[in-house]
Design a protein around this ligand. Structure first.
Ligand code: ADP
Ligand code: MG
Length: 387
């Protein structure tokens, strides 16, 4: 988190690179960085500011990302290859250390948000195709022209191209740049008539007010949320996050990718190349087209082994409606193939009938969908299977 070696805690109005870039609001974050919308006072435009964690390994990863993104920009002068454009980079010293910062073009929401906003419908095959085309243009460029493997393709690393340009269209975006720290802030000079506490409260309120101006800045998904459809929204997208990317002939990591997008050759450690990216691409495309996430798949696997989840449980969560219809069936995954635990142990894992029986007897009550029904650790200790 926000400690020595970790994230830099920025606030709206903070200035970077000798005052040129002014932080506006946080756009997102990853394991390595926080990303802010920033205003570039030199060119009067909005940009994305990626502030890397300060510890040495993170700094090293950011310098590597700069190297790769510089090659990406150099080979694509017209910025048409569906990969994020690096505009500048510098170091910023804060209380937690020295942070490598990247300035890139400002993009819209990630495919992850798009998928979430569309849980119930999927986004339709023609839109899936549009996104596929962008991604394939980007991948073809990275693979064949540059020799780069991305190694971490997943929905949160693919961003829609902003349909709203706040610099050109401040009215529609409802956004004018913040150029100063909010009034009442503790760095704001001496204001004798206010107590210290009151000053702090005012500062907090000012910051809260600014972050509420969440406006749909490039917020394609946010716009969708309002209109409940995607008509007329360009689904061009760009590949971002080259923090783990590598030159195909200089591979560093053996274990790449995020689990649900990981290619089989990576799992078994038999070497990988561009095709590993293609695997992740296919997984993302499937997810976009079906609207089905690994969580839903996981629920399906549970029910195939343990039977249908009781309605009382399946309907009780804040996200129940994302997964279950009103009959308590999964929305997208139909025709479950029920296969009880003891049979799985015998047929798939080669247990003897009696071993399977005993073990399943022990496990089944613990795997109860109703949390209150599950035995405690003390109760489990008394089970005959252990004694
Ligand atoms: P990390 O290496 O920490 O994962 P990313 O480069 O993936 O950092 O950025 C983290 C998040 O910040 C992204 O998932 C996205 O939500 C947001 N983000 C990154 N770059 C941009 C950009 N150019 N425009 C808008 N949002 C961005
Ligand atoms: Mg990321």
């Amino acid at each position: 988190g926000y400690r020595k070696g970790g994230y830099h805690a920025a606030r709206p109005g903070d200035r970077f690179a000798g005052g040129r870039f002014v932080a506006q609001r946080k756009l997102g974050w990853g394991n390595f960085s926080t990303v802010w919308l920033a205003y570039d006072t030199l060119h009067s435009r909005f940009v994305a500011l990626k502030i890397q964690k300060s510890a040495r390994d993170y700094a090293h990863a950011a310098l590597h990302e700069i190297e790769l993104l510089s090659a990406v920009a150099q080979g694509d002068p017209t910025n048409s290859k569906c990969v994020v454009r690096l505009l500048d980079h510098f170091k910023h010293v804060g209380p937690n250390g020295q942070h490598v910062c990247l300035i890139t073009e400002f993009l819209g929401d990630s495919l992850l948000r798009l998928i979430r906003y569309n849980r119930n419908k999927g986004i339709g095959l023609s839109r899936v195709k549009e996104i596929c085309r962008s991604l394939l243009v980007g991948l073809d460029y990275l693979h064949h022209e540059l020799g780069i493997i991305h190694t971490d393709l997943k929905p949160e690393n693919i961003l829609l191209v902003s349909t709203i340009n706040p610099a050109k269209d401040p009215v529609r975006s409802g956004f004018t740049p913040i150029l100063d720290r909010p009034v009442g802030n503790q760095y704001g000079g001496t204001v004798i008539s206010f107590s210290e506490k009151m000053l702090k409260m005012r500062a907090r309120r000012a910051v809260a007010k600014i972050s509420q101006r969440r406006v749909s800045l490039g917020g394609v998904a946010a716009e969708f949320e309002k209109e409940r459809n995607l008509d007329g929204i360009s689904l061009k997208c760009k590949i971002v996050d080259f923090g783990n990317a590598c030159w195909a002939d200089q591979q560093l990591a053996g274990e790449i990718q995020t689990r649900q997008y990981r290619a089989p050759e990576v799992i078994i450690g038999s070497g990988y190349s561009y095709a590993a990216d293609m695997w992740s691409f296919a997984c993302i495309t499937f997810e976009l087209a079906t609207g089905c996430s690994e969580d839903e798949d996981h629920l399906a696997l549970m029910m195939e082994t343990l039977g249908k989840m009781p309605r009382k449980i399946s309907g009780s969560g804040t996200r129940s409606k994302d997964y279950f219809n009103r009959h308590g069936d999964l929305k997208r995954i139909r025709r479950l193939k029920f296969w009880p635990l003891d049979c799985v142990l015998v047929e798939r894992y080669n247990f003897t009938e009696s071993d399977a029986q005993g073990f399943a007897d022990f496990l089944r009550p613990i795997l109860d969908f109703t949390p209150e029904n599950r035995p405690s650790a003390a109760q489990c200790l008394k089970h005959p299977w252990l004694n």
